[in-house]
Design a binder for this molecule. Structure first.
Ligand code: P6P
Length: 337
C-alpha cells in the first residue's frame, strides 16, 4: 500500500531532472482535493449548493461549489509557493501570484476546479481537472498570458479527481497514467490503479444525444453505426452519458469507450475548453494508450491555443473507436474541417 505522496517522491527520484517543485504542487492539489471532497460530501447540509445567480465568462450560471472549489485550489497553490499563476474556468482572466516565492517559481496551473458541478444538487459525481506547465516568461517577472497559451504537448503533468462512490485522483507526468483511491477513514490516497491502460476497442459511447439534430453528419452516421445490430463487432454498443466529463472519461478509461462533444449548429467549436478540460484529459488518455482529437485527426495536444477559454470539438477514448468516428467524419463532414 503506497500513498500518493510516497509515489510522487518515488517517481521524483526516478526522474533525474525532477527538483521537487512539481511534487510540491501535486501535494497542494492533493490537500485542496481533500477539503473540496469533505465539503461536497455534506453539500446538502450547508449553504453551498445551488446557483449564485452570477454568470462566469462562459455565460454559465456559477454554482456556489464552483466558486468555493476555485478559492480552495487557488489558496492551496499560492500557499505552496511553487506556482506563479493560475487560470481557471471560474476566472475571466489568469491570476498572478506575486509574492516573492511565487513570482520566482517555474510553473503555472490551469484548472476546472469543479467540472459538472450542476450535478451536485442531484447527488451525481463531479470532478476536478488540472494541467501543469513550465512558465515561458522569466522567473522574477509577473506571469504573462503566453505562459498559459501553450500547446498540450508542453504539459509537465495533468490529472483529475473524481468525487464519486469513492474519491480517486488520477494523474500523469508523462510516465504513464496512475490512479489513487482515497481511504475516507484516513483521508489518504493510496495507489490502486498503476499504469492504467484503456482497451483499444470498447462498446460504450458517451454523447448528449439530445443535440442529435445539430450534430455533424459524420457524428450522426457514427451513432447509427453504434446502434446497428452486428454480433461479430459487439454492436449495438451501450450509450452511457452522465453529464460529467470526468465521470464519463473515468468509466471509459477503465472499460473502453469513446466520449464525444462535437461541434453543433449552436456551438460551432463544441462546448469543452481546450486548456483546462481537453488538454489534460488528452494527456491522460494518450499515456493510457488512447486517442484525443478534434474529430479530424488533429491531436488535441498539438492545437495552438489563442485564448484562455477557447472551446474545441472533443473526441476521446479507445483508439479504434476514435479511428472509426474519424473515418465517418472524413467521409460525411469533411467540409467542416
Ligand atoms: P451538456 C459539464 O458542464 C461539462 O463541461 C462536462 O463535464 C460534461 O460532459 C458536459 O459539460 C455536459 O454538457 O451540454 O451535455 O449538458
Amino acid at each position: 500500500m503506497i500513498t500518493l505522496g510516497e509515489y510522487i517522491i518515488k517517481k521524483q527520484h526516478e526522474s533525474p531532472e525532477a527538483t521537487g517543485e512539481l511534487s510540491s504542487i501535486l501535494g497542494a492539489i492533493r490537500l485542496a482535493t481533500k477539503v473540496v471532497n469533505r465539503d461536497i460530501n455534506k453539500a446538502g447540509l450547508v449553504d453551498i449548493i445551488g446557483a449564485t445567480g452570477v454568470e462566469n465568462v462562459q455565460g454559465e450560471v456559477q454554482q456556489k461549489m464552483d466558486l468555493y472549489a476555485n478559492d480552495v485550489f487557488k489558496a492551496a497553490l499560492e500557499a505552496r509557493g511553487e506556482v506563479c499563476g493560475v487560470a481557471t474556468e471560474e476566472e475571466d482572466e489568469f491570476v498572478s501570484f506575486d509574492d516573492q516565492r511565487c513570482i520566482n517559481s517555474k510553473y503555472v496551473v490551469l484548472m476546472d476546479p469543479l467540472d459538472g458541478s450542476s450535478n451536485i444538487d442531484v447527488n451525481v459525481s463531479v470532478g476536478t481537472i488540472f494541467s501543469i506547465y513550465r512558465r515561458i516568461s522569466e522567473p522574477g517577472q509577473p506571469v504573462t498570458l503566453e505562459d498559459f497559451l501553450q500547446p498540450g504537448t508542453e504539459q509537465v503533468a495533468a490529472g483529475y479527481v473524481i468525487y464519486g462512490s469513492s474519491t480517486m485522483l488520477v494523474y500523469t507526468t508523462g510516465y504513464g497514467t496512475h490512479g489513487f483511491t482515497c481511504d475516507p477513514s484516513l483521508g489518504t490516497f493510496y495507489l490502486s490503479h498503476e499504469n492504467m491502460k484503456i482497451p483499444d476497442a470498447g462498446s460504450i459511447y458517451s454523447i448528449n444525444e439530445g443535440n442529435y439534430l445539430k450534430f455533424p453528419q459524420g457524428v450522426k452516421k457514427y451513432l447509427k453505426y453504434c446502434q446497428e445490430i452486428d454480433g461479430p463487432t459487439n454492436r449495438p454498443y451501450t450509450s452511457r452519458y452522465i453529464g460529467s466529463l470526468v465521470s464519463d472519461f473515468h468509466r471509459n478509461l477503465l472499460k473502453g469507450g469513446i466520449y464525444i462533444y462535437p461541434s453543433t449548429a449552436s456551438a460551432p467549436k463544441g462546448k469543452l475548453r481546450l486548456l483546462y478540460e481537453c488538454n489534460p484529459m488528452a494527456f491522460l488518455i494518450e499515456q493510457a494508450g488512447g486517442r484525443a482529437t478534434d474529430g479530424f485527426n488533429r491531436r488535441i495536444m498539438e492545437l495552438k491555443p489563442t485564448e484562455l477559454h477557447q472551446r474545441v470539438p472533443f473526441f476521446c477514448g479507445s483508439s479504434k473507436m476514435v479511428d472509426k468516428v474519424e473515418t465517418m467524419m472524413e467521409e460525411y463532414s469533411s467540409e467542416e474541417k
